[in-house]
Design a protein around this ligand. Structure first.
Ligand code: ZN
Length: 338
């Protein structure tokens, strides 16, 4: 009988540790050997001695942290290619979350665990789509694990934005979005909706957009928002970090309408608190139905929940005959990067 994954994949203060393999997955502190699911800062930390990830994730880590802090030695592993580390088979599957994001699939003596990292199931032209992998234990995120969180189709949210732009042609719509993943996905969704105009960007978003383009993701014309004059930005859709949409920076824009793209925009109070006039429910995380569907699809008898609302998900899984376990990993944020 194969050993239960809990005997070889353990929760430690540094994060999830594969004991026979001698490596951590997304450790919260600098360690000797780290496997990284994706480039968000609550998963990819600086200072590891050895980092294994997709080539895209490694490139993102270097861009964000600098060459010297992104891992003393770095090993790129393409999706689907298998490595054996001290008898542990390891391979990566796309997680559909951001460019380079991967589920870490591990097999030890016939027992298989998949650490999904963050994931989503919706269409996203900026990264490879999620691929389900059958396993004994599935380690899932739970950022939006309450029945109230059902994300509408992203195209519908973009259409609402474009209607507002048509209605207020003299004003600037400024969308708050995080620099890794969300910004590029929004640009891509706008292009899919036929928005061909150059998109002015806050300086904090430029570097990763340039990197996405270098890695083969086409985003169309992008310009620094600071260069254009106020008049030129009338009628434009500008992208900026969430912290900038309601502060001094946004005042240079032409009668800005603050928008914010996040799964949290489902919660009206959050939008009001942030001074958001046009909340857009667009998320790079699975919503409630997608979390349940995914946990069922991978046929795991047991699901470990890393962060978010464990209780509701564990209860719903139990009703489906799946055993749930809360991992209580430290150091995870609210999932949508701060
Ligand atoms: Zn993430």
């Amino acid at each position: 009988m194969p050993p239960h994954p809990e005997t070889w994949l353990r929760v430690t203060p540094d994060g999830l540790f594969c004991e026979p393999g001698g490596f951590f997955v997304d450790p919260v502190r600098a360690v000797e050997r780290a496997v990284i699911t994706h480039g968000h800062s609550d998963h990819a930390r600086p200072g590891h001695a050895h980092v294994l990830a997709t080539a895209e994730t490694l490139a993102i880590m270097r861009a964000r942290m600098g060459e010297d802090r992104a891992g003393a030695t770095q090993q790129a592993l393409p999706y689907g290619e298998t490595l054996t580390i001290n008898g542990v088979k390891l391979w990566l599957r796309p997680a559909g979350h951001v460019l380079g994001s991967a589920q870490v699939c591990l097999e030890w003596q016939g027992s298989r665990a998949v650490v999904s990292g963050d994931y989503k199931r919706r269409h996203d032209a900026t990264c490879a789509p999620f691929e389900p992998e059958r396993c004994d234990v599935f380690v899932t995120e739970a950022t939006f694990a309450l029945p109230v969180f059902t994300h509408p189709p992203a195209g519908q949210e973009i259409a609402r934005l474009l209607r507002s732009v048509a209605l207020f042609p003299e004003r600037t719509h400024v969308i708050g979005c995080y620099a890794l993943g969300k910004a590029q996905r929004l640009i891509s969704l706008l292009r899919e909706a036929g928005w061909e105009a150059p998109i002015p960007l806050h300086g904090a978003l430029m570097k990763l957009c340039t990197l996405y383009e270098e890695l083969g993701v086409t985003l169309g014309p992008l310009v620094p928002a600071t260069v254009a004059g106020k008049e030129k930005l009338a009628g434009a859709i500008v992208l900026a970090p969430p912290s900038a949409i309601a502060d001094r920076w946004a005042r240079r824009l032409s009668e800005p309408i603050p928008c914010l793209a996040s799964g949290w925009m489902r919660v009206r109070q959050r939008a009001r608190q942030g001074g958001v006039e046009l909340p857009m429910v667009i998320s790079d995380h699975a919503d409630w139905p997608e979390l349940l569907a995914t946990c069922t699809e991978v046929e795991a008898g047991e699901v470990w929940v890393t962060h978010g609302r464990e209780e509701a998900l564990i209860h719903a899984l139990a009703q489906r005959g799946i055993r749930g376990r809360a991992l209580h990993l430290v150091g995870r944020g609210e999932g949508e990067e701060e």
